[in-house]
Design a protein around this ligand. Structure first.
Ligand SMILES: [Zn+2]
Length: 435
């Protein structure tokens, strides 16, 4: 049974900064907090992980910093400047020529939500490179009004789309479990989204999948991710045995939580043999990714609309705006790693040459780690598992209902003493970028 979180012991959190030791560090993060000398990214940012192996207590691999104190996302941005993009586009044309079908069948899959990046990729593939894409969407937990509108606009701009909506009851339970077990409300969505395109490709005999921007844009290790393709380990697994969803093994989800194996199917990675026939490429490897450029492109070609309001935890209005649970996702990563969505957005804009570091620091100070107030009633209600929805709820959770008090108590369990200090009755970051 998942216990109701108790108030934490604050002894480690009232220590002076100088008394912090390795014992005060959670998630295997670096003990000493550093910020990139070019952007505002911190060395605490975890790299992309293989989500279906993620379980409580796992150590995270953090973004790499070079000897000059530059993060690997900024190193990648520098590499982009010296890349011969004409040569890369030539490679893209060759890849498309190899896979293009003229028999009326789809020849590639573009996964996405109808956000600016997926609109650009699908539109370019279809109209510039003469491909026949099928776009696929893993439905958000709770659509924002503007997210739903943009998804429709994407289809109406001339794309076939397969919208995969997971079982609402199971998905809700898995999301709630992911909050309690991993403090990671977005994890079941990420799992489903990552498995979807390769799974559909495999079942429809399509050999090519195109993601938008490259993983390395966010600081994934350059030695593993600088290439044109995604490593198969991200979407396939040999054994299918040691798979975790929401940090709980699939066997346990079946035996203890009453979920049927078929209901877990959409979240599972492909088996290695099926994955061998599929190539998952990054469009951003072949064509230079520029987020603001993608936004203007999507507005022009598909009538994409930015959100009418600023996204919680940041100042931006046009990236990742379709799921209400996003606010909670960035808040929880902010608590665990001491850096939030404004850090991510501002760092990206420094790399693209939109703002300077001083402006970025002010934006981080003002917006990062903002409490997810905007949709909180709806989100807590979504994360509540009442008996009428799930008859064994009270056997699974000491308190099946989620509210602000529960969530805040849970939040404290996931703070790491090397990042957070309890001082004057308040939580404070020990070393924010603006100090
Ligand atoms: Zn950087």
């Amino acid at each position: 049974m998942i216990k109701y979180p108790l108030p934490i012991n604050k002894t480690k959190f009232i220590k002076e900064d100088s008394k912090i030791t390795q014992d005060d560090v959670k998630y295997g993060l670096p003990k000493d907090i550093e910020y990139c000398s070019i952007c505002v990214e911190s060395n605490q940012r975890p790299s992309t992980t293989i989500e279906f192996k993620n379980k409580p207590g796992d150590k995270k691999e953090a973004i790499a910093f070079n000897a000059q104190g530059i993060c690997s996302a900024c190193e990648f941005a520098k590499l982009k400047k010296s890349t011969n993009w004409d040569e890369r586009e030539y490679q893209l044309r060759k890849l498309c020529d190899k896979h293009r079908k003229n028999d009326g069948k789809y020849d590639c899959i573009v996964p996405g939500s109808g956000g600016k990046d997926s609109i650009l990729v699908a539109h370019e593939l279809k109209n510039t490179y003469g491909m026949n894409p099928l776009t696929v969407t893993w439905a958000p937990n709770i659509y924002t009004t503007w997210g739903k509108k943009n998804h429709e606009a994407w289809i109406n701009s001339g794309q076939d789309n397969l919208l995969w909506t997971p079982n609402g009851k199971t998905h809700r339970l898995l999301t709630r479990l992911a909050v309690d077990v991993l403090y990671h409300p977005f994890q079941p969505f990420i799992l489903g989204q990552k498995s979807l395109a390769p799974r559909i490709a495999s079942s429809m005999g399509i050999k090519l999948v195109f993601y938008g921007e490259h993983e390395a844009e966010y600081g994934s290790p350059l030695n593993k991710t600088r290439g044109d393709k995604q490593e198969a380990s991200f979407f396939s697994d040999r054994t299918q045995n040691e798979i975790f969803i929401s940090g709980v093994s699939i066997n346990k989800l079946i035996s203890d939580f009453g979920i049927k194996k078929s209901e877990l199917q959409p979240y599972l990675p492909l088996n290695t043999t099926a994955a061998r026939n599929i190539e998952v490429h990054y469009f951003g490897y072949y064509r230079k990714w520029h987020p603001q450029g993608a936004y203007y492109y999507a507005v022009e070609k598909a009538g994409f609309e930015a959100s009418p309001e600023r996204t919680t935890g940041t100042y931006s209005k046009y990236s990742s705006i379709d799921d209400k649970i996003d606010d909670l996702h960035y808040y929880t990563t902010g608590i665990k790693f001491g850096r939030g969505r404004a850090t991510e957005d501002a760092s990206q804009e420094i790399r693209s040459g939109e703002i300077n570091r001083t402006e970025a620091i002010q934006l981080v100070k003002r917006f990062d780690l903002e409490y997810p107030d905007r949709f909180k009633e709806e989100l807590f209600s979504y994360l509540s598992i009442p008996e009428d929805v799930f008859p064994i709820a009270s056997k699974l959770f000491e308190r099946p209902l989620m509210n602000k008090e529960y969530f805040d108590l849970l939040t404290d369990q996931y703070r790491s003493p090397h990042l957070w200090r309890w001082k004057d009755g308040e939580w404070k970051l020990r070393k924010p970028v603006w100090q």
